[in-house]
Design a protein around this ligand. Structure first.
Ligand code: UDP
Ligand code: MG
Length: 324
């Protein structure tokens, strides 16, 4: 891809935003690689020398903050934000994006374990210089994932697609956002921002960069099953009313079936007269309806929780310190 000469853009200030939760093992390697990427991008004139790395410590309980703050003292291109506790990956990323919004021209978000190949960042910037405001990093394959991660990821994309939530398959949170896109994104004040879907909805011209996923450079995954489920449920409840619609459809179906059954029982009583009140026809509907009701209440509860969170308008994250 060559750069469009018609696009009036000088080299931008790049902020690489890296959320970290207990990443003391991966930070040294990640830092070296990312500083190398910055050097390379500066040397080929893609970004300015004011470009920087922005680590967000999402309430780590290990030495992550100690490491980051000592690196900051020696390396001016390393800036860091410390959240007061663990708010979760999506919130940590949003905190980082909000904080760099007025300090850069473009941001690229990437995980601290560098599973996403940082060497393709020049392609992201090329796409930006060609006019894209949002560039999505899309993984080529899932060979680096274990079987559990592959199955849950596949189920996640299937469910999202059934629920009508538009997300880009195999795109996580490795993405470039221009200043305009950052402004648009951070104008969304909802408490559970599901970035993968919101960024697709923002509009603007978009680009795609493909990359290979590798194993974590150090440490173990910080995405527990509980955190993955929370992300999936937030994604559905904040982007789809399909579960609520299922309740309505289920209600209509149950009403129709009950009406048919009632007609059958009445006709049989009148015409044949051999109906003995049976165990099955008495108890099964009770169990069935009990189950359906609990399920429906559960789904409504999920949405209610969203409303409760939105009404409370609590801050999404709390900053303890910023080293800039
Ligand atoms: N992360 C975070 N807060 C959390 C969990 C994870 O900031 O509560 C960060 C983590 O440090 C990493 C990124 O989110 O930079 C992705 O996490 P991880 O690599 O553990 O997820 P996986 O690749 O296993 O899905
Ligand atoms: Mg990872």
């Amino acid at each position: 891809m060559s750069i469009d000469p018609a696009f009036p853009c000088t080299a931008p200030v790049l902020a690489i935003v890296i959320p970290c939760f207990n990443e003391q093992e991966s930070i040294p390697g990640t830092l070296l690689s990312l500083l190398g990427v910055l050097d390379k991008l500066v040397s080929i004139g893609r970004i300015t020398t004011e470009s920087f790395l922005y680590f967000v410590d999402d309430g780590s309980t290990d030495n992550t903050w100690y490491l980051l703050s000592s690196i900051h003292k020696k390396e001016h291109r390393v800036r860091c934000l410390k959240l007061s506790r663990n708010f979760g990956h999506q919130t940590a990323l949003i905190a980082g994006l909000i904080s760099v919004k007025n300090k850069c021209d473009i941001s690229i978000s990437i995980d601290a374990d560098l599973q996403q190949d940082p060497n393709v960042m020049d392609k992201f910037i090329e796409s930006y210089l060609n006019g894209a405001d949002i560039v999505f990093g899309v993984r080529n394959n899932r060979v680096a994932d274990g079987i559990f991660k592959r199955i849950t990821a596949l189920a996640f994309y299937r469910i999202m697609s059934i629920m009508g939530v538009t997300i880009i398959k195999n795109h996580a949170d490795y993405r470039l956002l221009s200043k305009r896109a950052l402004e648009a994104l951070t104008a969304h004040n909802e408490p559970n921002l599901f970035l993968r879907a919101i960024c697709v909805q923002l509009g603007f011209k978009t680009g795609t960069v493909y990359f290979d996923v590798v194993e974590r450079n150090a440490g173990v995954s910080k995405y527990s099953l509980r955190k993955m489920l929370k992300l999936a449920v937030n994604g559905i409840t904040s982007f789809s009313i399909f579960p609520l619609r299922i309740i309505a459809i289920l209600g209509v179906l149950i009403f129709g079936l009950t009406a048919l059954m009632a007609i059958y029982v009445i006709c049989r009583t009148l015409l044949v007269g051999d109906t003995v009140p049976g165990w099955a026809s008495t108890t099964l509907p009770i169990y069935f309806l009990g189950g359906v009701q609990v399920l429906c209440i559960g789904i409504i509860g999920e949405y209610l929780a969203e409303v409760v969170n939105a009404v409370k308008q609590r801050p999404r994250f709390i900053i303890e310190t910023e080293l800039f």
